[in-house]
Design a protein around this ligand. Structure first.
Ligand code: NAD
Length: 383
């Protein structure tokens, strides 16, 4: 029974996503559970080296989580053959250059979305990885959320009949930073630093829609910067140059109509930060991050419009919970485990840099639609 040690360069690991989701909830959690146990009794043990600019910060993080390797020298980490994976969760604008360097060094690539800030750069990464023959993957965490797994189960079972439409509401109030600190990094609100809700969230919407309902064929999008000034991590005022809300409509194959509101400037009055409402001829469902409720056509009440009387229906209570029927682990961790198995066992891993580029493509076309105030079709991408 062998242990497969897998050296991973983790760059951007001191950031919000890097620390919480990728290091603590994924790699450290996998190490704590004794690695990934394989069918033949072998285990895969990820062995990260934490890479960044500030040695003391990296040492702190490493010590807290039982990691021994840290480095401020990315070139040296890339030159070390022990490290076989390069992982990147830096700010989006920094990702493409670092990945190109890692591909040139022959490393397998795993990274956060979006893979780059524009389609050309995202496609270049996919092409370079293909040419170099390195394995590659992009985070598509929403697919592994319990609520979306339950929703996918409904789709796969044929519960909806013909799916007609989907309404997605995503967002919450992100504080401006003056009288209460903002809960997201300030670069998200500066276009010149890779910010903007379209670049950020359309990368998610692409794989969510493609995987659950059908390929996105066309987009109409209106972006807005509702809050024009914010205060950064140092309390300094800055101009918010990036879109903080996007009001989009997508057409999917099969004629499914999707309305998607994405906003950092809305206050939540719904079950979750993301809700996906699906209407089909035979039934409807609403999924959040963890829960999913459904209403079949035979359970559908027949309300009539009459504001002159008290509403006799408790609409919210007329839905049934979709049961979990399984244990749900952290979505980032599940995808890490699949990627590590892909590296060691060559098992399939469909969420590659080309799939990641599709997310950037949808963001680019959303921005184009907004700029030109028109519908834009989504061309097929191939390498
Ligand atoms: N999958 C998701 O749900 C999800 C959610 C949020 C963010 N993200 C993505 O994750 C990435 C990181 O986002 P975040 O919120 O963690 O950002 P963050 O600002 O908290 O972290 C950014 C990281 O990049 C590093 N970095 C920044 N400038 C650098 C420089 N000049 N040199 C070297 N390192 C530098 C920082 O040290 C930090 O480690 C973004 O691409 C974002 O789009 C994904």
């Amino acid at each position: 029974m062998a242990t497969h040690q897998v050296g991973i360069i983790m760059n951007g690991v001191t950031g919000r996503m890097g620390t919480n989701q990728h290091l603590i909830r994924s790699i450290v959690a996998i190490r704590k559970q004794g690695g990934i146990l394989l069918h033949n009794g072998d285990t895969i043990m990820p062995d990260p080296v934490l890479v960044g600019r500030q040695e003391s910060k990296l040492q702190d993080l490493a010590q807290k989580h039982g990691i021994t390797r840290v480095s401020t020298d990315l070139d040296a980490c890339l030159a070390d053959p022990y490290n076989v994976i390069y992982f990147d969760s830096q700010t989006t604008v920094r990702r493409a250059e670092a990945i190109k360097q890692a591909i040139a060094a022959g490393k397998h690539i795993y990274c956060e979305k979006p893979t780059a800030t524009d389609l050309d750069a995202s496609m270049e990464l996919a092409r370079l990885a293909r040419q170099a023959g390195v394995k590659n993957g992009v985070v598509q965490d929403k697919l592994f959320l319990p609520g979306l797994i339950k929703l996918k189960r409904l789709v796969d079972s044929g519960f909806f009949g013909r799916i007609l439409s989907v309404r997605m509401e995503f967002g919450y109030w992100v504080f401006e930073g003056d009288w209460q600190p903002g809960q997201r990094p300030s670069w998200n609100y500066r276009k010149e630093d890779g910010g903007g809700i379209i670049v950020d969230m359309f990368a998610h919407w692409r794989y969510v829609l493609d995987n659950l309902f059908g390929e996105v064929k066309s987009v109409s999008c209106l972006g807005v910067t509702h809050v024009p000034e914010r205060w950064d991590e140092k309390g300094e005022r800055y101009e918010a140059t990036a879109d903080d809300a996007a009001y989009a409509t997508f057409e999917l194959e099969g004629g499914i109509v999707v309305q998607a509101n994405s906003s950092w400037t809305t206050r939540v009055n719904r079950d979750d930060l993301l809700t996906i409402h699906v209407d089909g001829t035979d039934g409807s469902a609403v999924a959040g991050l963890r829960d999913c409720k459904a209403q079949h056509r035979v359970h559908t009440p027949k309300p009539t419009w009459n504001p002159d009387i008290e509403n006799p229906f408790k609409f919210i209570e007329q839905w049934d919970d979709v049961p979990g029927n399984q244990v749900f682990d952290n979505g980032f961790k599940i995808q890490w485990e699949l990627f590590l198995k892909h590296i060691v066992l060559d098992t399939p891993f469909p969420w590659d840099l080309l799939e990641g580029a599709k997310g950037t493509q949808l963001a680019d076309l959303g921005l184009q639609s907004w700029a030109e105030r028109r519908w834009v079709d989504v061309p097929k991408l191939s390498l």
